[in-house]
Design a protein around this ligand. Structure first.
Ligand SMILES: [Ca+2]
Length: 297
């Protein structure tokens, strides 16, 4: 599969609804999400250490043409609290954001706070996904601020009625980092082991493949001429891997990249890859994965 990589140009603040203009840029971008309703890329900014409760996190909105509103949601403004925002997911008009040991909710259109749910015992909440029934799933990477294992590895489920349960728990999860929800279950990448696994909605885990290098930090599902594939970012390998549905894995071509939590813009065939250490959002073009479908309004 050919891929073309570019750093998304940030040409300035959005002309509408953003005053005064702020310089474009990021501070520890962790996770990206394509908001298909607004047709915007959301980028969560940790701004500091990944587990510091420093109240300075923010979420940027980037237009597909590169123009951006740096502080769309900013801790301390408009009732927003964010320490180190990481994975994000939107469901039924609500943006969910993982933030260390809780999930914060915001109106996806206005950004207004909509409450939060604490996850008792969590040490490093990482990625979020929404299942077919509207349940929100969030991984706990199970490590501390020095990257030492805490043993709190888990995938938590927040049911539509707000009830919190553990779908899966334990160090056998291999420090789950990124996840994608599909009708048949969750697909999960692991930080410690580099495994790619499916966990069904009863909590049964099936290991599908292991990447040549570990420290997987991002996962996105793509469909293109090669069929269904899963692209994972490996910090250890400084690269992207593609898993196929049968357990095969290949390294994607391209310059070294230390990407975090990936997202796909399926309309344009773009992989969105935040690079935490470099304060930038890279865009990897996957031309064969573009649906070309219109963006819903
Ligand atoms: Ca912070």
């Amino acid at each position: 599969m050919s891929s073309v990589r570019a750093i998304l140009a940030c040409v300035g603040a959005l002309a509408a609804g953003c005053a005064p203009a702020e310089p474009p840029g990021f501070d520890g971008p962790w996770s990206a999400l394509h908001d298909v309703v607004a047709d915007m890329y959301l980028v969560s900014n940790v701004n500091g250490q990944p587990l510091a409760k420093d109240g300075n996190g923010y979420i940027s909105r980037v237009r597909p043409d590169g123009a951006m509103e740096r502080h769309w949601l900013r801790s301390g403004v408009g009732g927003v609290m964010l320490h180190a925002p990481k994975g994000m997911a939107i469901h039924a008009g609500v943006l969910h954001v993982a933030d260390i040991d809780g999930v914060r909710r915001f109106d996806a259109a206005s950004g207004a706070p909509r409450g939060e749910i604490a996850i008792p015992g969590a040490s490093f909440l990482d990625d979020l996904a929404v299942g077919p029934d509207g349940s929100v799933y969030v991984t706990d990477r199970g490590c501390d601020g020095a990257w030492a294992a805490t043993g709190s590895d888990a995938i938590w489920r927040i049911a539509p009625d707000g009830v919190l349960t553990a779908l899966a728990k334990g160090v056998a999860l291999g420090q789950p980092s990124a996840l994608v929800a599909r009708p048949q279950g969750l697909y999960v990448a692991s930080w410690r082991d580099g495994t790619f696994a499916q966990i069904d909605y009863r909590g049964v885990r099936t290991e599908l493949a292991t990447a040549p290098t570990a420290l997987l930090a991002g996962l996105a599902r793509v469909e293109d001429v090669s069929g269904v594939g899963w692209i994972a970012a490996s910090r250890a390998g400084k690269c992207l891997y593609r898993f196929d549905a049968k357990g095969g894995v290949q390294r994607l071509p391209g310059a070294p990249i230390e990407a975090g939590d990936l997202a796909l813009d399926a309309v344009r065939g773009r992989l969105l890859a935040p690079v935490f250490a470099a304060d930038r959002l890279e865009v990897v073009s996957l031309p064969g994965a573009a649906t070309g479908a219109g963006v819903p309004r």
